[in-house]
Design a protein around this ligand. Structure first.
Ligand code: ADP
Length: 175
């Protein structure tokens, strides 16, 4: 299953590179100091430009589990929402991933965004099991779309590998 409708919106799963997503905001799997190194953050900085990191760092540090929004530089997306899935100790947990997923959705609503794309937060440097992350993130998004005040109509998950896409498909079917 690659798509599920919820309320007035939908959750969509696809394999790909999140930096190519043409949505109102892509979510960066960030640390709480908002410096952009490897993984998703590195790809965003490379393709979108250093100005994204400079703006993000100027808004930090933030609490682990929180999120902030910046411009998206040269990327097709309009904004980047930096979700702090870990601190400088590089440790994360399913609870932190859920918290920063919710925080990202709230930031999107505060900015009246209609579409957002998430990577599998915490499954790279964070080393979390993708199945666990998939159910936590999908549950948070489905619950959010059920709230009547939501202006988001499209929540994408862009998974780098076929295996990660399969794990998200399984979790979506189980919900
Ligand atoms: P974290 O530090 O939260 O674990 P990472 O950026 O290291 O975050 O990785 C999170 C997930 O995003 C990993 O599964 C990784 O394979 C994937 N990923 C890395 N680059 C991209 C990209 N350009 N588009 C989509 N997913 C990506």
């Amino acid at each position: 299953m690659n798509e599920k409708r919820v309320g007035r919106g939908c959750v969509v799963l696809r394999q790909g590179d999140i930096t190519e997503s043409d949505v109102d905001a892509i979510v960066n799997a960030a640390n709480n100091h908002l410096r952009m190194g490897a993984g998703v953050a590195g790809a965003i900085k490379r393709k979108g430009g250093q100005a994204i990191e400079a703006e993000a760092v100027s808004k930090g540090p933030i609490r682990v589990g929180d999120a902030v929004i910046t411009d998206a530089g040269e990327l097709p997306a309009r904004h980047v929402i930096h979700a702090a899935g870990m601190g400088t100790d590089l440790k994360t947990s399913p609870e932190i991933v859920e918290a920063c997923t919710r925080a990202s959705l709230e930031v999107a609503e505060e900015n009246s965004l209609g579409s957002i794309a998430f990577p599998a937060i915490g499954t790279g440097v964070g080393g979390l099991d993708v199945k666990l992350v998939a159910s936590r993130m999908l549950e948070a998004c489905m619950a959010h779309l059920q709230t009547s005040a939501s202006k988001l109509t499209r929540i994408e998950f862009v998974l780098f590998s076929d295996a990660d896409l399969a794990a998200f498909q399984e979790a979506l079917e189980a919900l």
